[in-house]
Design a binder for this molecule. Structure first.
Ligand SMILES: [Zn+2]
Length: 301
């Protein structure tokens, strides 16, 4: 069971929007995608980052406002297709895409993976469907990025097996076991966007948290975004509660590696770590080992 982080485009934003009190200088924020390989289910992506079609989706007005607020850059070397091709992986080899939430910088590439089953929360999907063009845009949605057949290729997180998390992930208590094998657990991280979920990779103790916090500074130094960023959030109070919980986990258990989707430092740190066990995972010996499990076992009760 393996996991690798890929940088799929980036945007520019004043630093002070993400970190209150910081400089107004424009800073580069990567869009981080995780490539996972499950021993029996095959390749999975956690989000897709940017894709070229983001430009056409933000060509008309008012969608163009999105592009003005967060100018996007995607060079050929950061293109997701090119990075997968480099690793000998075709678009059709991607069997699953876990969607943390439906903001455009996380789903712009969905249409590029015709064989993928999408995994997301019911609340996340219904929010992009129910919000109108203007309210949806303010909340970071561009519905034209959705594949037309998304509803026919869907697994809802809420329909997966619910489970209790091991105390090493406290204060988080509940999760959904995606493949009922204890390997990948979806954890609700509400507040940033409707139905926002993160993904725990139990084997490596990696917690992909999407946009539950934008950078690891929010966890290490309790930095907060500028109040103007609250406009984007689905629930400001829940957003800060989620950050506080992640911060508690970060301070309590250094074995868990928390990965925000736009944190440059985290990306660099993970890239320096070798995930050389691509394809070496073994359900019987690894993922279900009681001692390393993310689930509550009889021994824990
Ligand atoms: Zn977001």
């Amino acid at each position: 069971m393996s996991l690798e982080l890929l940088k799929v485009g980036h945007c520019f934003h004043p630093e002070a929007i993400v970190t209150r009190g910081a400089s107004l200088r424009s800073q580069k924020f990567p869009a981080i995608v995780a490539l996972l390989k499950h021993p029996t289910k095959g390749y999975m992506l956690f989000d897709t980052g940017y894709a070229k079609r983001f430009m056409s989706a933000t060509q008309p007005f008012p969608q163009r406002l999105y592009r003005w607020c967060t100018p996007m850059h995607l060079c050929e070397s950061e293109n997701l297709h090119a990075q997968l091709h480099q690793r000998g992986i075709a678009a059709e080899d991607i069997r699953y895409i876990f969607i943390s939430h439906f903001h455009a910088d996380h789903i712009a590439g969905l249409k590029d993976f015709p064989a993928a089953t999408f995994i997301c929360s019911e609340e996340a999907l219904s929010s992009i469907q129910r919000l109108g063009r203007f309210r949806g845009l303010i909340k970071g949605y561009l519905p034209s990025l959705l594949p037309e057949d998304i509803c026919q290729r869907l697994v809802l997180i809420e329909q997966c097996k619910p489970c209790l998390l091991h105390t090493r992930f406290s204060p988080f208590k509940y999760a959904y076991d995606l493949f009922a094998d204890g390997a990948l657990l979806a954890v609700a991280l509400p507040g940033h966007a409707y139905g926002h979920f993160g993904l725990l990779h139990i084997d490596q103790g990696t917690f992909l948290v999407g946009d539950a916090c934008w950078t690891n500074q929010a966890l290490t130094s309790a930095s907060r975004p500028h109040p103007i960023a609250h406009l984007l959030l689905s629930d400001t109070k829940q957003y800060y509660q989620t950050i506080d919980k992640l911060s508690q986990l970060y301070k309590k258990n250094t074995d868990v590696s928390i990965v925000p989707a736009h944190c440059h430092d985290t990306y660099i740190c993970h890239s320096a770590t070798s995930y050389s066990n691509m394809g070496q995972g073994n359900l019987d010996q690894g993922n279900l080992d009681q001692g390393n499990s993310g689930l509550v076992t009889d021994d824990d009760v």
